[in-house]
Write a protein that binds this ligand. Structure first.
Ligand code: ZN
Ligand code: FE
Length: 255
C-alpha cells in the first residue's frame, strides 16, 4: 500500500492517526486530542504535516489544533454542519463530497449519532476509514446528540465499505466493549476469540485499534442487529433492525 498509517495514543484513551501518501509526501492528521505527542511524532518521523481532518467537535478531538498549527501549519478539514463549533476550517465538507489527498480521493460520509455532524473520512486507495466516535472497535459512540435510528443509518453506510477496510476509531474502549458484547452475543465464537486477543493485547499494553471492517462485521454487536443469535438473546426475534440496535445501545449505556 502506498501509504503509511501511524496510530498515536493521546490523553488517557484517545487515538489520533497520521496517514502519509508515499508518492506525494502529503501527511494527514486525523483528530487532534493534544499537540505535544503529535508534534513529537512528526519530528521523530521527519514528516511535514499538510492536512488536519476533524471528525467532530468534542474537545478531546480538537483541543490540540491551535497549539499544533502554531508549529505545524496545515489545511483544516471538517464538517460544514459543525463549522460553528470547530476550529476555523479551510475546507468545510458535506456528505458525499470528495477531496484530494496527494493524488487520491477522500470521501466524506455523514455518520451522525454520537454528535449530529460527525463525519468519517474514507480513503479507498488506502483501504482505510477514520470513524472516530461513530463505529468503534467492538462498539459505537454514545448517543449525545443523535438518535439510535440515526446511528444505525450511519453504521449501515460504513457496513457497505469493502470488508478489508481498516477501521481507525477514536478511543481505546475495546476491552470494556468486549465485555458488553459478550452479554448480547455470548455464543459468537469469533467474538469469544477476539475478546481473548484483546485481553492479551491490553495486558501487553498494545493498542486494539485499528481493526478491520470484516472483523467488526463478525463481532461488533452494533453491526449485527439482524443476527438471529443476538435477537434470541434479547428476545426480539420479530423486531426491526433499528429496534434491536436501539436496545443494544440502551443496554450498553447502563452496562
Ligand atoms: Zn466524541
Ligand atoms: Fe471522543
Amino acid at each position: 500500500m502506498p501509504f503509511d498509517l501511524v496510530t498515536i495514543p493521546c490523553l488517557s484513551d484517545n487515538y489520533a492517526f497520521l496517514l502519509r501518501d508515499q508518492d506525494s509526501g502529503a501527511v494527514a492528521l486525523i483528530d487532534v486530542p493534544e499537540a505535544g505527542t503529535i508534534s513529537a511524532k512528526l519530528k521523530e518521523l521527519d514528516w511535514t504535516l499538510t492536512d488536519i481532518w476533524l471528525t467532530h467537535h468534542h474537545d478531546d478531538h480538537i483541543q490540540g489544533v491551535a497549539d499544533l498549527t502554531a508549529n505545524h501549519p496545515a489545511r483544516i478539514y471538517g464538517a460544514k454542519a459543525d463549522a460553528h463549533r470547530l476550529p476555523a476550517l479551510d475546507n468545510a465538507l458535506v456528505e458525499g463530497e470528495t477531496f484530494k489527498f496527494g493524488g487520491h480521493d477522500v470521501q466524506i460520509l455523514d455518520v451522525s449519532g454520537h454528535t449530529v455532524g460527525h463525519i468519517a473520512f474514507y480513503v479507498p486507495a488506502a483501504k482505510t476509514v477514520f470513524t472516530a466516535d461513530s463505529l468503534m472497535a467492538l462498539g459505537c459512540g454514545r448517543l449525545f446528540e443523535g438518535t439510535a435510528a440515526q446511528m444505525w443509518e450511519s453504521m449501515q453506510k460504513l457496513m457497505k465499505l469493502p470488508p478489508e477496510t481498516i477501521v481507525c476509531s477514536g478511543h481505546e474502549y475495546t476491552q470494556s466493549n468486549a465485555k458488553f458484547a459478550l452479554t448480547v452475543d455470548p455464543k459468537n465464537d469469533a467474538l469469544i476469540s477476539r475478546s481473548r486477543e484483546i485481553d492479551q493485547a491490553r495486558k501487553d499494553n498494545k493498542p486494539t485499534v485499528p481493526s478491520t471492517l470484516s472483523l467488526e462485521l463478525q463481532t461488533n454487536p452494533f453491526l449485527r442487529p439482524a443476527d438471529p443469535g443476538i435477537r434470541a438473546q434479547l428476545g426480539m426475534e420479530n423486531a426491526t433492525d433499528t429496534q434491536v440496535f436501539a436496545e443494544i445501545r440502551a443496554r450498553k449505556d447502563s452496562f
